[in-house]
Design a protein around this ligand. Structure first.
Ligand code: AMP
Length: 430
C-alpha cells in the first residue's frame, strides 16, 4: 500500500512516520515534506506544494497512491478532497463545504448558534456593516477575530474598547488580507483550554486521545502567541466526565448538524475548547485537520494502524474499528528558530541530531531542510522533541533530554511544557 501525506511540518512528519510503521505500507510519499521525512525509513519527499491541488492529484495518479492524508488546512479549504474524489482517489479530510468550519469563523459561529453548541456570544461584521456603537456597549476584554485563514495570527484579545476598535479597523484595512474582510467580535471566556480531536466518517465518530498545547512563546504562558510551543497527551483537564460532555454537547451535535446541513464531515475534526469554571465546554474554534504540535504526542501514543482507521472512515465504517492507545503519557517540546514568532532567521545548521537519535523518544522535524548534506533551519518551529513516560512528568524529562541534545544558533524553547498537568497530578485529590 502506498500513502501520500500532504504538508511539510511536524504534524506531517508524525503522520508519515506513523503510516510508515504499518507493515502493509510499502512506501509513504510526502509533498513537500522536510529534512525529517527525507531521512525517515520507507518515506520519500516530492517537490510538490501542499496547496498545489492539480499537481497533488497528478502525483497521486502517477504514483498510484492508495490513500492520501491531508495535513494543513489551506488545501482542504480550497477543495483538495473534492478534486481527489472527482478522480476516484481516496483522500482523508473534509470536502470544501465542510472545511468552511475552519475557513470561515463567521460560518462556524453561525453553525454553532444554529445547532445550539456552546460558544462565546458574538457578532460578525464587514467593513460596511461595522457597528462601533455595538462594540462600545460590550464589556471588555473582547476578542476580535479575522474570519478567514490567518495562520493562527488573526485573533486579538483586546483589554479596552479602543484596542478592540483598532484591531477591527486594521483587519478591515487588510492586515490579514481577505481573511479580515469579515471580523467576528466575541466575549472573552475564562477557563482552561483543551484540544479535542476526533475522526469522523460523515456519521460515526472516533475520538482520539486528548491533548493540550501551549500557545504562548515563554514560560508561564507569557509572551506572544505562536503556532504552539509544546503539547502533551492525555490532557488531565479532560476528565472522563468532561470527555462525555464534550462528545454530547459539541462533537455529536456538530457531526449531526453538518450532515443535516448537507455537508457530511469526513476527516479529522479539531475542536478548540475553553472549559468554563462550571464545566461548560465552549467552542473557541474548529479546525478541519489535526493540530500541530498536538499530533506529535498523540500519534506517539497510537498503537493502531492509522491507515486502517482512515480507510474505515472513508468507507463509512468508523463504528466498526477502535483505536488502541499506549497508556503512557507523551509530551512534545517545540524547539524554535531565532526570532520566532516575529521575524524568523533561517539557514542555521542543526547539530546533535545523531546523538539525540540514540536517546529514547522521537524528534519530529518541522522547519528543516537538507542543504549540501547538512540539516538547516527553514522555518519558525524547527523540531518537536517528544518523550514518553509513566506520568506527564516522566514524559517531560525524556522530552527535555532529547531537546538538550540538539543545538543551533538561536534555538529556543520553553522549559515548562506540561506544567499544568504536572501540578494537577501533584495536587491532593479533591
Ligand atoms: P482561535 O483561533 O479562535 O482558537 O483563537 C486563538 C486563541 O485565542 C485561543 O486558543 C484562545 O487562547 C484565545 N481565544 C480565542 N477566543 C477566545 C475567547 N472567546 N475567550 C478567551 N480566549 C479566547
Amino acid at each position: 500500500m502506498k500513502v501520500l501525506i500532504v504538508g511539510g511540518g511536524g504534524r506531517e512528519h508524525a503522520l508519515a512516520w506513523k503510516c510508515a510503521a504499518a507493515a502493509r505500507v510499502t512506501e509513504v510519499l510526502v509533498a513537500p515534506g522536510n529534512a525529517g521525512t527525507a531521512t525517515e525509513a520507507k518515506v520519500r519527499n516530492l517537490a510538490v506544494g501542499a496547496e498545489d491541488i492539480p499537481a497533488l492529484v497528478a502525483l497521486a495518479v502517477a504514483e498510484r497512491v492508495d490513500l492520501t492524508i491531508i495535513g494543513p488546512e489551506g488545501a482542504l479549504v480550497a477543495g483538495v478532497v473534492d478534486a481527489f474524489e472527482a478522480r476516484g482517489l481516496k483522500c482523508f479530510g473534509p470536502r470544501r463545504a465542510a472545511a468552511q468550519l475552519e475557513g470561515s469563523k463567521a460560518f462556524s459561529k453561525q453553525f454553532l448558534q444554529r445547532h445550539g453548541i456552546p460558544t462565546a456570544r458574538s457578532a460578525t461584521f464587514t467593513r460596511a456593516s461595522f457597528d462601533a456603537a455595538w462594540v462600545r456597549r460590550q464589556r471588555t476584554p473582547l476578542v476580535v477575530k479575522a474570519s478567514g485563514l490567518a495562520a493562527g495570527k488573526g485573533v486579538v484579545i483586546a483589554t479596552t474598547l479602543e484596542e478592540a476598535l483598532a484591531a477591527a479597523a486594521s483587519m478591515f484595512a487588510g492586515q490579514f488580507g481577505a481573511a479580515g474582510h469579515e471580523v467576528v467580535i466575541e466575549e472573552f471566556l475564562p477557563g482552561e483550554e483543551a484540544s479535542f480531536i476526533v475522526m469522523a466518517d460523515g456519521e460515526h465518530i472516533l475520538p482520539l486521545a486528548t491533548s493540550q498545547d501551549h500557545k504562548r512563546r515563554d514560560d508561564g504562558d507569557a509572551g506572544p502567541n505562536t503556532g504552539g510551543m509544546g503539547a502533551y497527551s492525555p490532557a488531565p483537564v479532560v476528565t472522563a466526565a468532561q470527555h462525555e460532555r464534550i462528545m454530547c454537547e459539541v462533537i455529536e451535535p456538530a457531526i449531526r448538524g453538518l450532515a443535516a446541513d448537507g455537508m457530511p464531515y469526513t476527516g479529522f475534526l479539531y475542536a478548540g475548547i475553553m472549559v468554563a469554571p462550571d464545566g461548560t465546554p465552549n467552542v473557541l474554534e474548529f479546525n478541519c485537520r489535526l493540530g500541530d504540535p498536538e499530533t506529535q504526542p498523540v500519534l506517539m501514543r497510537l498503537n493502531s494502524d492509522l491507515t486502517l482507521l482512515c480507510e474505515a472512515a472513508l468507507a463509512g465504517r468508523l463504528d466498526r474499528v477502535r483505536a488502541d492507545w499506549d497508556a503512557r503519557a507523551a509530551l512534545g517540546v517545540v524547539m524554535a528558530a531565532a526570532g520566532y514568532p516575529d521575524s524568523v532567521r533561517t539557514g542555521d545548521v542543526l547539530e546533535g541530531l545523531e546523538q539525540a537519535a540514540q536517546l529514547p523518544g522521537k524528534i519530529f522535524h518541522a522547519g528543516t531542510r537538507l542543504l549540501d548534506g547538512r540539516i538547516v533551519t527553514s522555518g519558525g518551529r524547527v523540531l518537536c522533541a517528544v518523550g514518553l513516560g509513566e506520568s506527564v512528568a516522566a514524559a517531560q524529562r525524556e522530552a527535555y533530554a532529547l531537546a538538550g541534545a540538539v543545538h543551533w544558533n538561536g534555538a529556543h524553547y520553553r522549559r515548562d511544557i506540561g506544567y499544568r498537568a504536572i501540578a494537577r497530578a501533584a495536587a491532593p485529590a479533591a
